[in-house]
Design a protein around this ligand. Sequence first.
Ligand code: KG4
Ligand code: ZN
Length: 344
Amino acid sequence: MIILGIETSCDETAAAVVKDGQTVLSNVIASSQEMHAKTGGIIPEQAAREQIKSIIPVIEQAISKAKLWDVTQHVPQHTTHNTPSIDAIAVTVGPGLIGSLLIGVETARTLSWAWNKPLIPVNHLIGHLYANWIDNTPSLPAVALVVSGGHTDIVLMKNHKEIEWLGGTRDDAAGECFDKCARLLDLGFPGGPAIAKAAKSHKSRVTSHQIRLPRPLLDEKSFDFSFSGLKTAVLREVDRWKKPVLAYEIQEAITDVLVQKTLKAVKHHKVDTLLVAGGVAANSRLKEKFELEIGHWKLDINLHVPPPKLCTDNAIMIASAAFFNNKPIPWEEVSTNPSLTITQ
Ligand code: KG4
Ligand code: ZN
């Protein structure tokens, strides 16, 4: 089954074609990130306007790269293309920025009608999980950590249909904490990669900890997180330390909590598969810490972390999620939901 995925929940306009949920035939992403880097954060209005400019060329390219324009069909004179040889269209319906989501959803609804193809709505957070299914087949049940710019959730993925929420952030998301701390340190946007880069330059020069930021809720029983206090703690320290020192400790504090809490959930639910997903999963220190802890405690856990390009927003994961949860609905009934949660 060949699915065209469309993803426009934030500042990326993405389209991809995926076969049977696991084989990528094409992947195209246009990003307005550089524009947002100048303002130090995403301006939703501007992100939506960029989505409008990119959406049609991005979809056209994704289908061209996968060689799926049906050349045997008669092409009417006023159009350049005919119906592509795809089986379905998948689109992110939420969560995300309403203006950005609308561009993808309205385009997908129109194409579903014009091409007469089934339309599969996809939850962006569930989409992130499926980045782990590309060229790979994790066994289920699994505990999964979804860490993005707007969300931090630990879930128990029992099978492709049943996902149970175990815990999540009570305030800021992990990615948001990276972004806000990077702004305090004047390191640029997006903050995650900027902090990771600055932290690397510190690690190579200094070995001992010079500063200790809090590890919020680390010893609490729940699988919940709280990252807003960390940002406040950084604000207090910002004038006292060099940027690489602070960046290193920020990354250590965030990844310590993510790793410890997630492994606690893995042990509690006695699963042997651990999935990590979302933009923050691109952080190499996070992956390294999971590997170190699993090795140190000799845990019998299969850890899955997608390659960095599949961690951040893309349409491959949306097409894959749609394959494994193939629930098309009439295009007239597909609508955006900016505040969708992972279990909805
Ligand atoms: O999943 P994503 O691309 O978009 C959302 O759905 O939010 O995640 C973006 C978030 C941003 O907060 C960004 O700073 C963070 O992921 N991020 C990282 C890294 N790359 C992206 N955080 C830490 N280390 C990274 N290497
Ligand atoms: Zn995302």
